[in-house]
Design a protein around this ligand. Structure first.
Ligand code: UGA
Length: 435
């Protein structure tokens, strides 16, 4: 396909990024969403999601007329060559993915699709969904293709336009190749597979990342017990190209809208296939344990008793660069602190809404005011630029717990505060440089 007519159903961060980026590659794209208010806002160029570069691409697409927004997917698909399904697949009962939104869209558009069209799943869907969609459609003249996305929130546009690979799978290989052709301008390698394999690639990749992070958090814990330094250890590991340098940063546990739901869903898939996926189950358990260890560290920093302690939290989003709070480890830690009777004041540069159980303020200094301990939970770069001497003067206590190893320890120590990271030894902190 050179310039193709494409419909994208769902305008969440995956759908809107997919639509706007495919339009920027020269395709004619209509994005559909059942939320009429959102359609009106997007048609006026207003993007609600915090995603660098996205609003600009939407504006460009609207101005050049290659991108448009509608409420009813059914009205848009009549001349589509490909219809991308980008609707949510949340965690349903028992941890399995809930496919009701995908099924509802298929029921809505099924008989309006033109012959030769490809229905493409972009949302993360369980293995076997392509087959299920084929059954629901009941049309031999429409192909069903799996084309998982690997976008990260906060860098979705850059990830879309500079992908490591494009994965496209269908039992109709010609249709898979046509969909892979939509991305030709990006020059990325494409992996063309059967439908089930493409569906599994997405889970296998996300679960691998989750396991890598749980492994690193476990090694960080061992570092603390053995007097080694995680920064030095991961630096030493990351140079091995078989391991790679990314996803080696310890933290308060992994979260967000994808890794927790996809690890649970793959575990359920494995159970249904009567495979005991102990490795994945352990990665999930380790992630819970990491939050407990962070809680214990904070308790230690305030003398062992959280009841009545005043804690200033820096960061609420599940990672920097997003305002997304879904399955945020920061929020889990906040609610565990609250359950132990701590008084919490929190600041996040991207979060201004009220949250229950804590007071959200509009600056890091306000969060630190009167605090016994300040805890960094999201790796926003601006926390490194704070005036830590001024901040120390506002605090009641002197403890800083940095669950992202974000701050420059020397700066915090020089401000008269104590600093504890994750998996950092005092020798490592003082030696710091690894060249
Ligand atoms: C993840 C995957 O990285 C994407 O490839 C995938 O497309 C996406 O899920 C999805 O399925 O839609 P995302 O959820 O945006 O992307 O976030 P990540 O950047 O992967 O971070 C996930 C969690 O791991 C966050 O809580 C983050 O703070 C944590 N993390 C990440 C670490 O603790 N250390 C690291 O070194 C990297």
């Amino acid at each position: 396909m050179s310039a193709a007519r494409i419909v994208v159903v769902g305008t969440g961060y995956v759908g809107l990024t997919t639509g706007a980026c495919l339009a920027s590659l020269g395709h004619r794209v209509t994005c559909a969403d059942v939320d009429e208010g959102k359609v009106a806002r997007l048609s006026a160029g207003r993007v609600d999601i915090l995603e660098p570069g996205l609003a600009e691409l939407v504006a460009k697409g609207l101005t050049s007329g290659v991108l448009s927004f509608v409420g009813q997917a059914r009205d848009a698909v009549a001349d589509a060559e490909a219809v991308f399904l980008c609707v949510p697949t949340p965690m349903g009962a028992g941890g399995a993915a809930d496919l009701s939104a995908v099924e509802a869209v298929v029921a809505e558009i099924g008989d309006a699709l033109p012959p030769g069209c490809a229905v493409v799943t972009k949302s993360t869907v369980p293995v076997g969904t392509a087959r299920r969609i084929r059954e629901l459609l009941g049309r031999s003249d429409v192909a069903v293709v799996s084309n998982p996305e690997f976008l990260r929130e906060g860098t979705a546009v850059a990830d879309f336009l500079g992908p490591d690979r494009i994965v496209v799978g269908s039992d109709d290989r010609a249709a898979a190749r046509r969909v892979a052709g939509l991305y030709r301008a990006l020059g990325a390698p494409s992996v063309v597979t059967d439908a089930a394999s493409a569906e599994l690639v997405k889970y296998a990749a996300n679960c691998f990342l989750a396991m890598k992070l749980s492994y690193v958090n476990s090694i960080a814990e061992l570092c603390e017990r053995l007097g080694a330094d995680i920064e030095a250890v991961t630096e030493g590991m990351g140079h091995d190209r078989r391991i790679g340098r990314s996803f080696l940063k310890p933290g308060p546990g992994w979260g967000g809208s994808c890794l927790p739901k996809d690890t649970s869903a793959l575990l359920r898939t494995a159970e249904a296939a009567r495979f005991d996926f102990g490795l994945l189950a352990a990665a999930i358990e380790e992630n819970i344990a990491q939050r407990d260890r962070v809680l214990a560290k904070i308790a230690g920093a305030v003398g062992g008793t959280l009841a009545g302690a005043r804690i200033g939290l820096l960061g609420l989003a599940f990672k920097a660069g997003t305002d997304d709070l879904r399955d945020s480890p920061a929020l889990s830690v906040a609610s565990m602190l609250a359950a132990h009777g701590a008084e919490i004041t929190a600041y996040d540069p991207a979060v201004t809404r009220e949250l229950s159980g804590l007071t959200v303020v509009d600056s890091a200094y306000r969060a630190a005011d009167g605090a016994d301990a300040v805890v960094v939970l999201t790796e926003w770069p601006e926390f490194r630029q704070l005036d830590w001497t001024f901040l120390a003067g506002l605090m009641r206590g002197d403890s800083v717990v940095d669950t992202r190893n974000l701050l420059e320890p020397r700066v915090v120590l020089d401000a008269g505060l104590s600093w504890q990271g994750i998996g950092r030894s005092s020798a490592g902190v003082l030696a710091t440089s690894v060249s």
